[in-house]
Design a protein around this ligand. Structure first.
Ligand SMILES: C[S@@+](CC[C@H](N)C(=O)[O-])C[C@H]1O[C@@H](n2cnc3c(N)ncnc32)[C@H](O)[C@@H]1O
Ligand code: SF4
Length: 400
């Protein structure tokens, strides 16, 4: 939270951070930094083959060896007191650009070093155009339990503006193949507010998504990130910036459509059938512990956060030399941890316990209730639907 990094790459976790390990749930994240092409809106840490070239240390084998080495480092650092793993998430980038045997192999390497809880959720993100029946069957047989598909839109012109490579029909095929393979939990990612997207386009996307009968939908308002092609095109006047009123209207339409189809909201941008809430994302939002493997991946243990070098070459070179791939770390103060808890937990349908607030913050709650932005039930503060539209402002005004 706005803290300057401590500066040095982590040489290990402090004894007080490590003391928290046995008592908190542990999640694992694997970052796969490859994409076939870069979508114009995306600022994630990902690279195309052309960007990486053929220099040593940039290939998939070097990356995979690096991840395996980092898994060994993590097990050694967290020690024998590490708890069972509650969730694993392969994200990207495009994890499914890797051969399925490699993804399953990395999962196997994690299992060798970490005990998985019986209920452990194992998700991979996937781009619809990278999947086949055979790929999905092998993923499921290899231990993946949940699939998160980047659908984004069902309107061909919106997909074109977003620079996506799949056709709308491909998503329904991929969901059908996932079900045939045995996936009991399938999620779709959608983006609303793309320049040129009408309300009808968005309704069509929601209906197309619901027609796939997913268990979970994430719907994100388009963010124009600095440094992306979208930001450049916006400055040149080639694209219109997302409009706040349009985004709010689309959020309300989303809430009505998804709730009407039996998917309840459990975080401002996430809806699920009961029992299909993403355990991995909940772990982030609740401030649990996670280790992120791979280039640019972030980790958090006991109030210490660190992040790896971003470039795949620097990542694999560090690990090949037996060094930590961490670039820098920061230690959260009690105030940082408080701000983060309020920021993240307020966004959850479960809400924030009033006891988590300071006296002066609690004194402000009545004002939000009067304005219809939050409700109070069972000593917890929960955002109303109007409050969800203004979640960031509510949190900002609530905090000391
Ligand atoms: C980084 S992607 C990785 C998954 C996969 N490569 C894909 O694109 O489907 C994860 C999700 O973040 C969302 N996302 C990425 N950039 C975004 C942006 N600028 N604004 C809103 N959502 C964004 C998209 O919905 C995407 O599915
Ligand atoms: S496919 Fe996903 S990760 Fe890759 S550039 Fe597009 S949004 Fe980003």
């Amino acid at each position: 939270m706005g803290r300057a990094p401590d500066g040095d790459a982590p040489t290990g976790l402090t004894p007080s951070a490590l003391a928290e390990v046995p008592g908190r749930p542990l999640s694992l994240y694997v970052h796969v930094p490859y994409c076939a092409s870069r979508c114009g809106y995306c600022d994630f840490n990902t690279y195309t083959a052309a960007e990486l070239g053929s220099a040593p240390g940039t290939g998939q084998q070097a990356y995979l060896e690096g991840v395996r080495a980092e898994i060994g480092q993590a097990a050694a650092v967290l020690g024998s007191g590490r708890p069972q793993v509650s969730s694993v998430f392969f994200g990207g980038g495009t994890p499914t650009l890797l051969p399925v045997a490699e993804l399953v192999g990395v999962l196997g390497a994690l299992r060798e070093k970490f005990a998985f809880a019986d209920t452990c959720e194992v998700t991979t993100e996937a781009n619809p155009e990278t999947l086949s029946r055979e790929y999905l069957a092998a993923l499921h047989d290899g231990g993946f339990t949940r699939l998160s598909l980047g659908m984004q839109s069902a309107a061909p012109h919106v997909l074109a503006t977003l620079e996506r490579r799949h056709t709308p029909g491909r998503v329904a095929d991929a969901v059908r193949w996932a079900r045939e393979a045995g996936f009991a939990s399938v999620s779709l990612d959608l983006i609303y507010g793309t320049p040129g997207e009408s309300m009808d386009d968005w309704r069509t996307s929601l209906q197309a998504a619901l027609a796939c009968e997913p268990d979970h939908i994430s719907a994100y308002a388009l963010i124009v990130e600095e440094g992306t092609r979208f930001a450049t095109r916006l400055r040149r006047g080639e694209l219109l910036a997302p409009d706040d009123d349009d985004l709010a209207d689309k959020y309300l339409v989303t809430e009505a459509a998804l709730t009407g189809a039996g998917l309840g909201w459990y975080e401002v941008s996430n809806w699920a059938r009961p029992g299909h809430e993403c355990q991995h994302n909940l772990a982030y939002w609740r401030g649990d512990h996670w280790w992120g493997f791979g280039p640019g991946a972030h980790s958090h243990v006991g109030g210490v956060r660190w992040w790896n070098v971003a470039h795949p070459r620097a990542y694999s070179e560090a690990l090949a030399d037996g060094r930590s791939p961490a670039l820098a770390q920061e230690t959260l103060t009690p105030t940082d941890r408080h701000v983060e808890a309020v920021l993240l937990e307020t966004r959850l349908a479960d809400g924030l316990p009033l006891a988590a607030l300071s006296d002066s913050e609690r004194a402000r709650v009545a004002g939000f209730v009067e304005r219809g932005l939050v409700s109070l039930t069972g000593e917890r503060l929960r955002l109303t639907v109007d409050g969800r539209l203004l979640a960031d402002a509510v949190v900002r005004d609530l905090l000391d």
